[in-house]
Design a protein. Structure first.
Length: 457
């Protein structure tokens, strides 16, 4: 059993939170159209909606904000970020963006034409949406173990190499815009990818002359999983492992709101100079000048410091132990979860938790709503709301996993907060047969989970 680790930091500033009563939570939910994204944050007690941009910055990051250079062009803040990216990622060029989806948008606009494919282990929501918005076709080729929640495979985020090779040959490499892999694999339970698999994926892409980009949002967590779980890496530092990972790729997209420990920011990196120049032109149209990219200088500095802090082993050990603690406590209670524990989030298997609610009635959404009603805890549905699609025939296709993701913000919540989450879920589990499904009353074309409206059945 994982013991809850002592935090490798002291708290010197607090933010008040409160738990409104159940009646007030019911009113808040109705006003939000039963979409947890529509809640006011002040009505949430423990907010596990996302780990994106919700972490607590360090004293070094706050100090960096004060020395930021807000010059429009050539700010020293940009060059400090440039040195950090060069140290960790090693790519020849990069452009800063206001967050990861902006980097995905620029990459997609430059490389995707209608009908072209983008294979990956599993695309997450904004990546998939940016590809589809340009007429591209995202393809998920993760290993089969990813769909077996209790399987203890140490790297369930791995790409299925046979499927990847067969897909490339079947489609023809000329019909593939670029290849990707996501580390860690957010859509599949936050599971890591091994260095062995990354090397093999890179070799296949290279063999067929397909540009290879890594979705690097949680690069530090993935590097630490490799250190802990993959033979031959125990003696290497997370920085050394990260540098080895990115030496395999032609570029990367990254949200700085995850493993750069910042509240906003991201970047698109690449080795190809022609692609870089095109990215700069697109950046100027959509985001800003290439040395600020839609960010204030202070945000560039916060990312520069955070990218390095995320590689600290004491921080990473604490980070992974938090999710392991919650995961193992839920297993003790009998609650089905994705195993082994992930890095940034705990994933409850809502399909097994609520087997009487079919995928088209959104079991993970039902569980997320009930968790808010029970304890004021906000999670997010990663299932049919997020990933089901309407076929031309009118038939809906649903993802194989119906998950409630409880994403833990970095350096924010204590053991008592997480024990409250565990207790709330345990209470729901005892009366799970009473939960009911939901139906959609409004949804946009893309990324519907952010703004869709629902009503209970």
């Amino acid at each position: 059993m994982t013991e809850y680790p002592p935090e490798p930091f002291r708290i010197k500033m607090t933010e008040p939170i409160k738990r409104i009563d159940r009646h007030e939570r019911e009113i808040a939910l109705r006003n939000a159209g039963y979409n947890l994204f529509g809640l006011k944050s002040e009505d949430v007690f423990v907010d596990l909606l996302t780990d994106s941009g919700t972490g607590a910055m360090s004293q070094a990051q706050w100090a960096a904000l004060m020395q930021a250079d807000e010059s429009y062009a050539g700010a020293s803040s940009f060059f400090r970020l440039s040195r950090a990216i060069e140290t960790i990622f090693g790519f020849n060029h990069f452009v800063p963006t206001h967050q990861g989806r902006a980097a995905e948008n620029i990459l997609s606009s430059l490389l995707i034409k209608p009908g072209l494919y983008v294979p990956s282990n599993m695309h997450f929501d904004t990546t998939e949406a940016n590809i589809r918005a340009r007429g591209g076709l995202p393809v998920n080729l993760v290993i089969e173990e990813a769909f077996q929640p209790q399987n203890q495979h140490p790297f369930k985020g791995n790409m299925d190499l046979a499927k990847l090779r067969d897909f490339v040959k079947k489609i023809d490499p000329r019909n593939i815009a670029f290849g990707m892999i996501t580390i860690t694999n957010n859509a599949g339970g936050g599971q890591p990818v091994s260095m062995e698999n990354l090397r093999a994926v890179a070799a296949i892409y290279r063999e067929f002359e397909i540009p290879f980009f890594i979705d690097a949002c949680r690069y530090a967590e993935n590097a630490y999983f490799i250190k802990l779980r993959e033979p031959g890496y125990a003696h290497k530092s997370p920085l050394e492992i990260a540098r080895e990972i990115f030496s395999l790729a032609d570029g990367a997209t990254m949200s700085g709101k995850k493993d750069a420990l910042a509240n906003i920011g991201g970047f698109l990196a690449m080795n190809d100079e022609t692609l870089y120049r095109a990215a700069c032109n697109e950046l100027i149209l959509r985001e800003g000048f290439p040395t600020y990219g839609g960010l204030a200088g202070r945000d560039l500095d916060a990312m520069a410091v955070g990218l390095m802090e995320a590689l600290d082993e004491s921080y990473l050990a604490y980070r992974l132990a938090q999710t392991a603690y919650v995961t193992e406590k839920l297993i003790e209670t009998g609650i089905p979860v994705i195993e082994p524990p992930a890095g940034h989030a705990v994933y409850v298997d809502a399909g097994l938790f609520l087997p009487h609610i079919p995928p088209h009635e959104f079991p993970a959404l039902s569980l997320a709503i009930e968790l808010y009603l029970e304890g004021g805890v906000r999670g997010v549905e990663v299932g049919s709301v997020m990933f089901s699609r309407e076929e031309a025939s009118g038939k809906s296709t649903h993802p194989r996993l119906q998950l409630l993701r409880l994403a833990i913000p970095r350096r924010v919540y204590t053991q008592a907060h997480l024990d409250h989450v565990i207790k709330s879920l345990a209470s729901i589990f005892r009366r799970r047969e009473n939960l009911r499904g939901y139906r959609i009353t409004y949804a946009p074309e893309f990324l519907r989970h952010f703004t869709a409206q629902f009503e209970p059945l």
